[in-house]
Ligand binder design. Structure first.
Ligand code: AMP
Length: 176
């Protein structure tokens, strides 16, 4: 595990993914981004994408990806995003795995950290398999390298493997 002492007073670049498929989806995403701003300096934010649910979910999602800078450690960030999810009505105790949810925030990348324990896996385990993550990611950082391959190329491969996956760009997120 990373020693927290070494991480104090440092600024980290992170990528987060946000999704909502219950209720006022855009409202949840906007509110979450506004809350994230308290601890993250947002550098880039993707458009909103309406996407087909994967797994047990039934309603289409709105997904976005953002890039930010923060002085939170990865575990502090995990705590912070859980606080935001709960404040926006998420009830983990009543959920099905990969089922419908008011708000899901995932940590995709944190600097070049590799973390794998019972609480946190970074890079996010599923990110390279999910078009709803890689398409908004490719919009904001197409040339970013993951495993020495550009994000845009990961997306190209994924789309080739999943030609019928439904994803539509539905416009900018209007933050007020
Ligand atoms: P979720 O249902 O997507 O909110 O995630 C369920 C659990 O996954 C959380 O309680 C986290 O402890 C764990 N988790 C592991 N890696 C990550 C990550 N990279 N980002 C967010 N949650 C993670």
């Amino acid at each position: 595990m990373i020693q927290n002492k070494k991480l104090v007073n440092k600024i980290f670049t992170c990528y987060l993914s946000l999704g909502s498929n219950l209720g006022e989806r855009e409202h949840f995403i906007k509110n979450a981004v506004n809350s994230l701003k308290k601890k993250i300096d947002i550098i880039k934010i993707s458009s909103q994408y309406e996407t087909e649910p994967v797994g047990a979910g039934t309603n289409p999602y709105i997904n976005i990806v953002l890039k930010g800078k923060t002085d939170l450690t990865p575990y502090q960030m995990l705590y912070f995003i859980h606080t935001i999810e709960i404040s926006l009505g998420r009830r983990r105790d009543q959920e099905v795995v990969w089922g419908d949810r008011t708000l899901d925030i995932d940590i995709l990348l944190y600097e070049n950290f590799m973390i794998s324990d019972y609480r946190l896996t970074i890079p996010h385990k599923q990110m390279l398999k999910r078009i709803f993550v890689m398409e908004p990611f490719a919009e904001i950082s197409p040339n970013f390298l993951i495993k020495s391959i550009k994000v845009s190329e990961h997306l190209f491969r994924l789309k080739d493997e999943n030609p019928y996956y439904d994803i539509t760009k539905i416009g900018e997120l209007k933050l007020t």
